[in-house]
Design a protein around this ligand. Structure first.
Ligand SMILES: Nc1nc2c(ncn2[C@@H]2O[C@H](COP(=O)(O)OP(=O)(O)OP(=O)(O)O)[C@@H](O)[C@H]2O)c(=O)[nH]1
Ligand SMILES: [Mg+2]
Length: 431
């Protein structure tokens, strides 16, 4: 089974917490703070792996969780930061986060995309020492790692694609032209999944995709073709394979328009791709009929790059078709990406309010402060710890939150809800 879609859950490792610790020395009753910092949790990184063919592996495993960073310890020992968790995906994988915030296109082996960052470690109590606070009895907690659901879609990276009605002879052509060995049979929809074949020229290779046959309504989801049209989206040229002598007695001209209509209906630029026409099964009609049909097509459709009369049975026209493909498909140098500079082409949209917060008074009269910066601050500290709470109050003052609260009518001692937790805030003396 060829799997070209998967949904996976990724979660970066949580950061380790900072330590609260004091130096112990033989003759010093109480030494200075020496709590080390927590380590950073591991990032989840998708890595484009040229040895993978499809997304099959994700049917067995769809959850990827990073390792937690080590906790800090006394004696200024910092917690370990485990390395990244790498997850291999095949070339041609398009990654999108289900919330729509992130998208990556992994095309070249070696490319990497960080899809979930590990949480940062908390600072140990040693780091909270200052002139007025010489023995802090609090430290930061590590933050949780990012987590999200990702949608993976594989769009094959072929240079040219074969399209046509079921039974037109597409698979027979690719089998004859390349070393691919797709199933060939005299019933429609023999091909159930895309097959790639490689045309070998002395100086280059060209990858051709054979996809399941298209039927009327394919662009709207009928048959199998629709699902697989995505695999010819990235090709630079389409070869329309048209049966010269359809078994069902249908008219080749109409069959041709059926397929072209579906390509146009699908969108994504398929209709605009350059076209070649491979008239197939020439051995089944008199030679002059095949030549006449070819001449008519050249006449009617001057936009076709080439019209080739072929027979997979006798081999007629196969070399010509291969030559035309090599001549007309622009060469692209897939410059191999060096292992050390591989970054996936990506666009990432992050909310710009990373530092932001809002102050509002709820219907119940309680003042609320919310926003990512507030959430991080609260996630970092244990506000049951009196000292930590005073530190948090100091931070809130520096961030301008206390002033904003005062403008909203806050008096020291009032209840305030911070990132979902209500408590009495009494930011008396700056700490
Ligand atoms: N006589 C003759 N028969 C052919 C030729 N090419 C293909 N066929 C026959 O036509 C039938 C369909 O061929 P396929 O290559 O499986 O067609 P396809 O377009 O891949 O079909 P789907 O995968 O179902 O879309 C098979 O029975 C082939 O043997 C040819 O050049 N000459
Ligand atoms: Mg086929």
């Amino acid at each position: 089974m060829f799997t070209d879609r998967a949904k996976i859950f990724v979660q970066g490792g949580a950061g380790g917490s900072g330590a609260v610790s004091f130096r112990r020395e033989a003759h010093v009753p109480k030494g200075g703070p020496d709590g080390g910092d927590g380590g950073r949790g591991s990032d989840i990184v998708l890595v484009c792996d040229g040895s993978l063919r499809d997304l099959q592996a994700f049917r067995r495993r769809a959850h990827f969780k990073g390792t937690r960073g080590g906790h800090g310890e006394g004696g200024e020992r910092h917690g370990a930061s485990p390395g990244v968790l790498e997850v291999g995906v095949p070339p041609g994988t398009v990654v999108e986060d289900t919330e729509g915030g992130m998208s990556f296109d992994l095309t070249q082996p070696g490319q990497r995309a960080v899809v979930a960052r590990g949480g940062s470690g908390g600072r140990g109590n040693k780091r909270f020492t200052n002139s007025t606070r010489q023995a802090p009895r609090f430290a930061e907690k590590g933050l949780p790692g990012e987590e999200r659901w990702l949608e993976l879609r594989l769009k094959l990276l072929a240079d040219a694609g074969l399209v046509g009605l079921p039974n037109a002879g597409k698979s027979s052509l690719i089998a004859r032209m390349t070393r691919a060995a797709p199933k060939v049979a005299d019933y429609p929809f023999t091909t159930l999944e895309p097959v790639l074949g490689t045309l070998e020229a002395p100086d280059r290779q060209l990858v051709v995709a054979d996809i399941p046959g298209l039927i009327e309504g394919a662009s709207g989801g009928a048959g199998l073709g629709h699902e697989f049209l995505a695999h010819v989206e990235r090709t630079r040229l389409l070869v329309h394979v048209l049966d010269l002598a359809p078994l069902d007695g249908s008219d080749p001209v109409q069959n041709h328009s059926t397929v072209e209509r579906e390509l146009a209906g699908y969108g994504h630029g398929l209709a605009e791709l350059p076209r070649m026409l491979a008239l197939s099964k020439a051995d089944l009609v008199p030679a002059e009929d095949a030549e006449r049909a070819a001449a008519e097509w050249r006449d009617q459709r001057p936009d076709l790059i080439a019209v080739v009369v072929t027979s997979a049975a006798t081999g007629q026209g196969i070399d010509d078709l291969a030559r035309e493909l090599l001549r007309h498909v622009p060469e692209h140098a897939p410059d191999p990406v060096a292992e050390d500079e591989p970054v996936a082409e990506h666009k990432v949209y992050r909310p710009a309010d990373d530092e932001g917060y809002r102050v509002e008074r709820g219907a119940d009269g309680v003042l609320r402060v919310a926003g990512p910066a507030i959430e991080r601050l609260l996630a970092r500290h244990d506000i049951e710890n009196e000292e930590a709470l005073r530190y948090v109050e100091g931070r809130l003052r520096k961030m301008g939150v206390i002033r904003a609260l005062e403008q909203a009518g806050f008096k020291p001692g009032d209840d305030v809800e911070l990132a979902g937790t209500v408590f009495e805030l009494d930011p008396g003396a700056p700490f």
